[in-house]
Design a protein around this ligand. Structure first.
Ligand code: DON
Length: 322
């Protein structure tokens, strides 16, 4: 990296100017006081609304981080993107999409509905994500399946911080009526693979993966692996196969920001995925992965500071790449 940097042969050659702009954007968005922290479980409700972190990792391994970047938080729905990438790498898109569609649902993320062929609309809404997790290594026991995904996350994160928040998992499970209702509805419509014998196991696995902990820095590396065609920029290890990597970015672009996905694609034009913890990843393909973290959410469930940052990033900084 050093020799390439000295030759200004990096993907963002004017790095110092670029980082200065990111710093001022970070400061600007810090002033935002909009939104509410998620309250449906105490573990999320207790998060400080003041937490605000931005971390970038380029495909050639340059890093920049601002704010509370070492704070641990749960990935929540951001896990949906990685779970899809992992299972599509294992089974191929044809198998995966025989269970789950590719269309934005136009409905809330946890709505009890299926598409016209009785499949979940896409892997980024709860219905699709629950079926996706039920496809991951479903011939082995639950403990080994959890280990498998955690190890995949660690590879994708270049061995940076990946943990597990058991309190969040237990709380999610204790307040899971909607996801249970959704899963029984899907069972009635034969949405699950034949290997899924227990809906409790299927949902526990889904909640466990929502309860995986990261930092803004480690999640930025994970986003950067997606920006880099599935190869982790820190370790050079291939973690996601090339086609699933392209496919997950398409799905993030069209469905990653809940009901605001169309608006976000229009305003920002980049694949992104958000979660109720206030976590968000944005991918600039072939350039970098970005992680934003700030708990207050807008009415559609996306981080207020995260979305504002992305809009300004696109409007003000796109010229940096020219
Ligand atoms: O399924 C749930 O209710 C949550 N654990 C999903 C988390 C999430 O981020 C969806 N978000 N708005």
């Amino acid at each position: 990296i050093v020799s390439r940097a000295l030759q200004t042969d990096m993907v963002i050659p004017n790095w110092i100017t670029f980082v200065d702009k990111i710093r001022s954007l970070y400061q600007e968005c810090k002033e935002i006081r909009d939104g509410q922290v998620a309250t449906y479980i105490p573990q999320l409700a207790r998060m400080s609304p003041d937490l605000w972190a931005v971390s970038l990792c380029t495909v050639d391994g340059q890093r920049a981080s601002f704010g509370d970047v070492k704070n641990h938080f749960c990935v929540q729905s951001v896990s949906k993107a990685f779970n899809y990438a992992i299972v599509a790498s294992d089974l191929g898109a044809d198998v995966v999409h025989s269970y789950v569609g590719q269309e934005p649902s136009g409905r809330l993320f946890n709505e009890i509905c299926l598409d016209s062929t009785n499949k979940p609309h896409n892997p980024m809404v709860n219905s699709g994500a629950i079926v996706i997790t039920s496809l991951i290594k479903n011939k082995i026991n639950m403990a080994d399946r959890f280990d498998y995904v955690l190890n995949q996350y660690r590879k994708i994160a270049g061995n940076e911080y990946i943990g597990f928040n058991n309190a969040t998992f237990l709380s999610e499970r204790a307040t899971a009526d909607r996801n249970y209702a959704l899963s029984y509805f899907m069972k009635e419509n034969r949405c699950f693979p034949k290997e899924t014998e227990s809906l409790t196991d299927a949902l526990d696995f889904y909640f466990q993966l929502c309860s995986v902990e990261v930092t803004c820095e480690s999640l930025a590396v994970m986003a950067s692996t997606l920006a880099n065609g599935g190869v982790c920029p820190i370790t050079n290890e291939t973690c996601v196969a090339p086609n699933p990597c392209r496919d997950v970015l398409s799905l993030m672009y069209s469905c990653g920001m809940y009901d605001a996905s169309g608006q976000f694609s229009f305003n920002v034009g980049l694949p992104a995925k958000s979660g109720v913890s206030g976590a968000m990843i944005v991918v600039v393909p072939n350039v970098m992965g970005i992680c934003l973290f700030s708990p207050p959410l807008d009415t559609l469930g996306n981080s207020c500071r995260g979305v504002a940052f992305c809009k300004s990033f696109f409007q003000k900084l796109v010229s940096t790449f020219n």
